[in-house]
Design a protein around this ligand. Structure first.
Ligand SMILES: Cc1cc2nc3c(=O)[nH]c(=O)nc-3n(C[C@H](O)[C@H](O)[C@H](O)COP(=O)(O)OP(=O)(O)OC[C@H]3O[C@@H](n4cnc5c(N)ncnc54)[C@H](O)[C@@H]3O)c2cc1C
Length: 398
């Protein structure tokens, strides 16, 4: 594998950098770089800027608004966005339900839903997990019973990320309780303002309101808002989860965070010396960087393969596991670098309006909350234990 970028790719990187320098709002980039929470308007503003440039859906087929970029160029774009402090594009519309709709939806559904997903004007959330259906998702119990040209939906979803902002939800519901569990599921999309929907916050260990419980009480959903065939929803869900997993390597994000870690270790001192001079700390940082480099190369190898038409397959599971482990390892080392000042748990330090007195250096206040928040990466998108089983099955059946 040639790991050097071509002249064309380097020119593309320059084009992306220039665009980011000119178009990424400074206040939003500042929030990202300083671990502040972003609100809905920050994400929508950035999505709209990308949309106006024609860059909001680079991975979609061109006929639906995708770019002609190679897999490597998509990676370069993502990396530069992370390094510049651009907010991530929330995956639920562009990365998840959009591909399901353009692949399995009717022409009417494509015309109705794809424009709002591309522009980011319509905020989507994912209603898959339930209190008794996470890793074993096919056990889901939310029922949809046909009543004329509507389904009547009853049940509960949980861990619904950013459901508090959502305009629409895509949901897996049980339409045939008699069938084998994977075969009785359908894929519905509906407006979050439909009567009978209640959203309740779930506050996570880091003090954040990122996830929710969503309750359905006789919610009436028109049948023409079912994507694809009735009882075939599991096939569409598997397709969607593959999309979810490939975006989860987080290479650009980890690279940026390691650079921030080095900056902190240069400023922090131990016994009068910059922490970066401490041989034990240097060793751990070097180990982290070596592991990260291997991860980056694995990701590039997958992208190079994709450029030659290879399907990512189970390597997506490898990238998900390593990506989440490295995020957690980086945050753990960051917390250690900040030292005692990372001990106070100050979740408010992540809000933009926080004007509390800093306990240590100004970058320290958010670190405990960010560390706790990083625990989520090995759970969502299919937990790491489940990914290991997927990899083991592939190897053992060779
Ligand atoms: C921050 C966050 C955001 C999320 N956002 C969304 C969202 O927007 N929409 C949505 O639908 N869901 C979302 N999820 C849910 C997520 O997909 C589930 O949490 C995940 O699938 C695990 O399911 P569970 O929580 O029910 O845990 P369980 O499935 O109960 O698992 C508990 C533990 O047991 C292990 N385990 C389970 N089964 C096996 C097995 N067969 N072999 C080995 N180990 C096993 C798991 O790895 C885990 O460690 C989110 C979760 C988190 C943490």
């Amino acid at each position: 594998m040639n790991i050097n970028y071509t002249a064309q790719d380097q020119a593309f990187r320059e084009e992306v950098r220039t665009f980011l320098q000119q178009e990424l709002p400074t206040d939003i980039a500042c929030k990202v770089k300083n671990d502040k929470y972003l609100d809905r308007s920050d994400y929508v503003t950035w999505n709209r800027i990308l949309f106006d440039k024609g860059w909001s859906t680079p991975s979609w087929p061109q006929q639906y608004g995708g770019c002609t970029w190679s897999a490597i160029q998509k990676y370069i774009f993502e990396e530069e966005c992370f390094l510049a402090g651009a907010p991530r594009i929330w995956p639920f519309g562009i990365g998840m339900v959009g591909p399901v709709i353009y692949t399995f939806g009717s022409e009417e559904q494509k015309a109705r839903f794809l424009p709002g997903i591309r522009s980011g004007d319509v905020w989507w959330c994912q209603g898959f997990s339930e209190p008794n259906a996470g890793s074993d998702l096919a056990s889901l119990n939310t029922r949809a019973v046909r009543d004329g040209d509507h389904y009547v939906v009853n049940g509960q979803k949980t861990w619904t990320t950013m459901g508090q902002y959502a305009d629409w939800i895509f949901c897996l519901v049980r339409t045939d309780p008699e069938a084998k569990k994977q075969q009785g599921i359908s894929f519905l999309v509906f407006d979050m303002k439909t009567p009978g929907i209640t959203v309740r916050p779930v506050i996570t260990a880091d003090g954040a309101h990122e996830v929710n419980e969503v309750f359905f009480d006789n919610v009436r959903v028109p049948v023409d808002q079912r994507i694809g065939e009735e009882n075939k929803g599991w096939d569409y869900a598997k397709f969607l989860l593959d999309h979810e997993r490939t975006g989860i390597a987080r290479v650009g994000a980890i690279k940026d965070r390691i650079a921030q870690l080095k900056a902190v270790a240069t400023r922090e001192t131990r016994q009068g010396q910059p922490l970066l001079c401490d041989p034990l700390f240097r060793l751990r940082l070097a180990e982290l960087e070596v592991e990260f480099k291997a991860h980056e190369l694995t990701n590039l190898r997958m992208l190079a393969g994709a450029g030659h038409g290879k399907v990512p397959g189970k390597i997506a599971s490898v990238l998900k596991i390593r990506g989440s482990e490295l995020v957690q390892k980086t945050e753990a080392l960051m917390t250690e670098a900040v030292g005692i000042y990372a001990l106070p748990f100050v979740p408010q330090a992540r809000t933009d309006s926080w004007d509390g007195a800093p306990i240590g250096p100004d970058y320290a206040g958010s670190k405990a909350a960010v560390y706790l928040n990083s625990m989520k990466y090995s759970i969502f998108g299919g937990s790491n234990e489940i990914q290991k089983t997927i990899i083991a099955k592939e190897l053992l059946t060779l």
